[in-house]
Design a protein around this ligand. Structure first.
Ligand code: FRU
Length: 494
């Protein structure tokens, strides 16, 4: 097949090769996926193809802030070590000239198809349609002659052409389907479902779900799948109001779990939950691996926040979370690091039976840029348990469990470069409710240079970025009452 390399694609790839060495390494992560240079946001087109995991991402190579979107591309055998591939899509056609926005990938007849949003701005108004690109080698893509394949006629009055994006394509019962995000005229989120036999010709199928006035003004980046007997819709609501501890960021993520009626195409929702209770987690997308496991990756940043790597002119911004395996248990979405990540863990140290009471217990030089920790702590006789992580002088990243309220807190307040955003007050700490299991708190912590992902009792996760001014290497445990750390293991991701 003839490969059509457009001018815009060539230019992006040349720019990356010429400028990747200019990126400041100080805050670069070691095992989280980042672009070689420039800005990234949402993960796109996550797929297992020809024996490797492929992940694309919203990409502006030319600066460390958002700009006309390309699709960056990386490939991995183990979901931990990523190889950069050439940029896959550039905004170079009439229907996507202002951006190739988010979308997804699917394998069909051994070819790799990308379904993405063509973004066009005319007289200050945006117009969004869904477009197709295909590849025989998983590296070079050709946009379809039929683009856009899902345009205004199919949308009709089901949604708004000004906000119509982020198609996620999947196969079900011998047909292709795609969910896409849109909104109602009174600013409520809505997810539409389209159907196709060949990925080229599409029909409107149904309105999968429409939000209430309390569920945000737009739902971005939908993903939809069947898991453990449930139908699960993941999406990213903008400006969803706070509900207790949930939805504190200006843009959030939500799982709607229920049952799908394939005759009407409607999802009946039984439960909803915020997916991650941290400060930097957005637009997750899933893929199915070769063993049928459902794996999720998200953008490890947040919209409308200051980004230190941009302000400090480091030449890059944005990274992806670790891949996490999803399960649904008793109607709740559960995440754990994928087993391939454990396969890459190198064990470094271990301690047992550490008593933490009136005096803090200090471990010096245990925290590095790449640090994994597992802490199992008995809190039967403790009112609270606090971990000062990467402590230096008065500064630390603080993790704290309060027994009475069953709340786990994560705070980067006063730690590293200040980060502010569109939230009413600077949001630098959050909490989540997680009951103890047999009086135990079990934490798994993955710290990469400028990010932390915490898995709490296998029930909840908190993800945040932070940018230390001076590196801290100590960890300090303290408690109100008497806490007993049964085991404390450290390691690193190879
Ligand atoms: C979500 C999002 C998507 C859009 C993309 C543009 O973060 O706003 O809805 O397709 O980013 O980069």
């Amino acid at each position: 097949m003839m490969i059509e390399q457009t001018e815009a694609l060539d230019r992006a790839n040349r720019y990356i090769e010429q400028n990747r060495h200019r990126v400041n390494p100080k805050y670069r992560d070691q095992y989280h996926l980042m672009a070689p240079v420039g800005w990234i946001n949402d993960p796109n087109g996550a797929v297992y193809y020809h024996g490797a995991y492929h992940l694309f991402y919203q990409y502006y190579p030319y600066a460390s802030n958002w700009g006309p979107m390309h699709w960056g591309h990386a490939r991995s055998k183990d979901l931990v070590h990523w190889e950069d591939l050439p940029v896959a899509l550039a905004p170079d056609q009439a229907y996507d000239r202002d951006g190739c926005f988010s979308g997804s990938a699917i394998v069909h007849h051994d070819r790799l198809y990308l379904l993405y949003t063509g973004h066009v701005v005319e007289n200050g108004q945006t117009f969004q349609t869904q477009c197709l690109a295909v590849s025989d080698d998983g590296i070079h893509f050709v946009k379809s002659r039929h683009n856009p394949v899902i345009a205004g006629e199919l949308l009709g009055d089901h949604g708004s052409i000004h906000d119509f994006r982020d198609p996620k394509v999947f196969a079900h019962d011998g047909s292709f389907y795609a969910v896409a995000a849109t909104k109602t005229t009174d600013n409520r989120g809505r997810i539409l479902l389209f159907k196709s036999v060949d990925l080229q010709h599409w029909d409107f199928f149904s309105t999968l779900l429409t939000g209430t006035a309390e569920q945000g003004i737009m739902w971005e980046c939908p993903d939809f799948f069947h898991l453990d007997g449930y139908d699960v819709l993941l999406m990213s609501p903008i400006q969803i109001p706070r509900q207790g501890l949930a939805f504190r960021n200006v843009s959030s993520t939500m799982a709607c779990i229920g049952q799908m009626d394939w005759t009407t195409g409607e999802l009946t929702v039984q439960t909803t939950q915020e997916i991650d209770y941290g400060l930097d987690f957005y637009a997750p997308q899933t893929l199915v691996d070769e063993q049928g496991r459902r794996i999720m990756i998200a953008w490890m940043q947040m919209w409308n926040r200051t980004m230190p790597t941009h302000e400090l002119d480091h030449g890059w911004a944005g990274a992806m979370t670790l891949p996490r395996e999803l399960r649904v248990k008793e109607g709740r979405l559960i995440q754990k690091p994928v087993s391939l990540v454990y396969g890459q863990l190198e064990y470094l140290s271990g301690s047992e039976n550490i008593d933490v009471s009136t005096r803090p217990v200090v471990f010096r030089n245990l925290v590095g840029d790449n640090t994994y920790m597992q802490i199992v702590c008995d809190l039967a006789e403790a009112a609270s348990f606090t971990i000062q992580f990467a402590k230096t002088g008065q500064q630390a990243l603080t993790l704290r469990y309060v027994t009475q309220t069953e709340e786990f807190h994560l705070s980067r307040a006063g730690f590293g470069y200040p980060i502010t955003g569109d939230e009413r007050q600077p949001l630098n700490s959050r909490a989540v409710r997680v009951p103890l299991v047999n009086d135990q708190l079990i934490l798994e912590i993955f710290r990469d240079t400028s990010a932390i992902e915490v898995f709490i009792n296998g029930q909840e996760t908190m993800t945040a970025t932070f940018y230390e001014i001076e590196k801290g290497h100590d960890i300090v445990f303290s408690a109100e009452g008497h806490a007993k750390i049964g085991s404390f293991e450290t390691g690193r991701v190879r």
